[in-house]
Design a protein around this ligand. Sequence first.
Ligand SMILES: [Zn+2]
Ligand SMILES: [Zn+2]
Ligand SMILES: [Zn+2]
Length: 326
Amino acid sequence: MSETRLTPEIDLDGISPDEAFAILGNEIRLDIIRVLLSAGATHQYDDVSDTAETIPFSELRSRVDIDDNGQFNYHLSQLTPHFVRGTDDGYRLSGAGKQIARTVLAVSGAETVDFTTDLQQSCPLCDAPMKAAYEDQWLRISCTRCDGLFGDKAPDESVFWSNYPAAGLADRTPEEAFETGFYRCMLDISSLMRDVCRECAGTISASVSVCERHDPGARQQCAACGTLFPVWAELQCDTCGYAKRLPIEAFTLGLTPVIGFLDDHGMDILAPAFDDVVDLFRHRVETTVREEPLRVSVTIEGDSSALSVSLDDDMNVVDLDQHPSE
Ligand SMILES: [Zn+2]
Ligand SMILES: [Zn+2]
Ligand SMILES: [Zn+2]
């Protein structure tokens, strides 16, 4: 394809993660990346344009504000070609350089962003007030009275918790940040179930743990495992270690047939109302476990039909069955 942007004239031998950390572990080099981004010296639209702005060497040097020419040249050469590209016209960020710059933007806040605040939304389980807390790039929604949906497996009575970039707090109320965090979480789940890490596009490994003596009882919290859910799965990126550990039911919600089934029942599961998902988990989802080989079957009830998804211990879908409701 003619639009494919390849730069075969550049030696693009990969660099190891250790090398990348070493290259970036320097204030002047990060400043070069910052200056190139703020000068727009990069592909503006990564996918639709093959033209990129550059800035001349002399301008780059004066904006980075370093007197020692030799030092500047040395640090610039360390960034090239993996993070910065040099052309006849000047310098620009590579795709990797732009991603580094974006990550810095995502995790930066204008000032200290950690907070705890009351939410207007009340707990879907017990109707008590809920709180939103933001700390260490994590958004945590917790109930002031009950243990939340996940029982002992969630820290600090959390109803919901997820990594959330500080930049996503700007121009949003705590309620909107909760909604946005939940949306991002559903996209993460969907991507993980397709064997793709949303952080780095790496492949995913899965493991499953089953409560052997599961009995949630009337309190909806099993004495043996401390939660309502009998099977938990952990999906983790093989490359960067990004992971989610959730009830297996939550992971099934990211599968295309389940997304379609719920859409037919008026529920947009990729951008759902939180209360609706809690209601779904508590009243419309049933999970059964069969051993040797392990098969976990999650059945989601609709109005007149139900959808059953059967998964193995690697979280592969081994069976899918839509049938009339009982
Ligand atoms: Zn509660
Ligand atoms: Zn249990
Ligand atoms: Zn990853």
